[in-house]
Design a binder for this molecule. Sequence first.
Ligand SMILES: [Zn+2]
Length: 245
Amino acid sequence: MTCDQVRRSLDPYVDRELELSKAVEIERHLQTCPMCEEAHVTIEAVRTALGTPALYHRAPAALLKRLESPPAAPPAAGLRIGTWKLAAAAVFVIVASLAISLTVSHHAARTQLADEAIASHVRSLMADHLADVVSTDQHTVKPWFNGKIDFSPPVVDPAAEGFPLTGGRLDYLAGRPVAALVYRRRQHIINLFVWPDSASVATSERHANGYNVIEFADGGTHYVACSDLNDAELRQFTDLIHRPR
Ligand SMILES: [Zn+2]
């Protein structure tokens, strides 16, 4: 068998679609021809990667469309359809792996932030260090941060809705100093951590060790609310912060 014949049969060979005598011929050739063996290993690797269940993410619509439609120009001489399919599969594997690693690292970062928020919340209650500025007046709390932190946190006081502001302090979260605004709901304390962040953040909720954490963003400001308050009421609270009147 010539190298050309072998290359043409590699796809069905890997898929075990060849009759035995032809498969044996190819196997012999692969043992003696490093070039064909390399092509064979590549195809096997792609097949194995595509067979991993974790890789089955739907490709973006644009990519699917590109894969489905034939290339605009006729393939260059020597670029056989098999090669084109192989390249497309390789692109898909790369895109899928990227999507997975991004999702995983994003998820890990969110979980870590929620854990940090809970730790900060608990610390603020235990150390009797809930507020450096104790005031129910947002016009006292907001200016208190001047010169202490490099931004001016938006301070909303939804007291009328049953979430009175009680004070604020400096805290440290997500690797930076943040403003911590303290609210009350009956006997429950809510810590609202605030810092500027231009990145868009999808609203997310986490529950751990009896605490609820809601993370959200609004107009360049990143918020993390943490409390032992039930999640329905904490959501009601963050909705009030989200849509300041
Ligand atoms: Zn060969």
